[in-house]
Design a protein around this ligand. Structure first.
Ligand SMILES: C[C@H](O)[C@H](O)[C@H]1CNC2=NC(N)=NC(=O)C2=N1
Length: 112
C-alpha cells in the first residue's frame, strides 16, 4: 500500500464512515507523533510542532494552509512563538475519517 501522505482524500459527508479501531491502529504507525484526543466528545488528531521563532512557526502554518486548501480539508491551527498546534478532524461527521490521517501525514512532510 502506498504511503498515507500520497493517498487521495475522498469527499467526506456527515454520513461518511468513521475510521474503525483497526484502521486507526494501522494509520497511527505512519504518524507516530500524533496524539488521538477526544475534545467535546469528538475524536481528533493533534500534534505540536516546535520552531526557533515566530516567523518559522507562521511560515509552517501557511504551508499547512496550502495543503489544506488543495485537499479541501481544513485543520485547526494555533500559531504561537516557536510553536504550532495542528488539529485534524472531520467537522461534518464529527470524528476521524481516513482523510484526517492522510492530511496529518502530509503535515509531517511539510515539517521536514
Ligand atoms: C463545503 C466544504 O467542502 C466543507 O465544509 C469541508 C471544508 N473543510 C473541511 N475540513 C474538515 N476538516 N472537515 C470537514 O468536514 C470539512 N468540510
Amino acid at each position: 500500500m502506498s504511503q498515507l501522505s500520497e493517498q487521495q482524500c475522498e469527499a467526506c459527508s456527515a454520513d461518511a464512515p468513521q475510521a474503525t479501531e483497526t484502521e486507526i491502529e494501522q494509520y497511527k504507525t505512519e504518524i507516530p507523533e500524533w496524539q488521538i484526543i477526544e475534545r467535546d466528545g469528538i475524536m481528533k488528531l493533534e500534534r505540536i510542532f516546535t520552531f526557533r521563532n515566530f516567523k518559522q512557526a507562521l511560515d509552517f502554518t501557511n504551508r499547512v494552509g496550502e495543503i489544506a486548501e488543495e485537499a479541501g480539508h481544513h485543520p485547526a491551527l494555533l500559531t504561537e512563538w516557536g510553536k504550532v498546534t495542528v488539529t485534524w478532524w472531520s467537522h461534518e461527521m464529527k470524528g476521524l475519517h481516513r482523510n484526517d490521517f492522510i492530511l496529518a501525514a502530509r503535515t509531517d512532510e511539510v515539517a521536514k
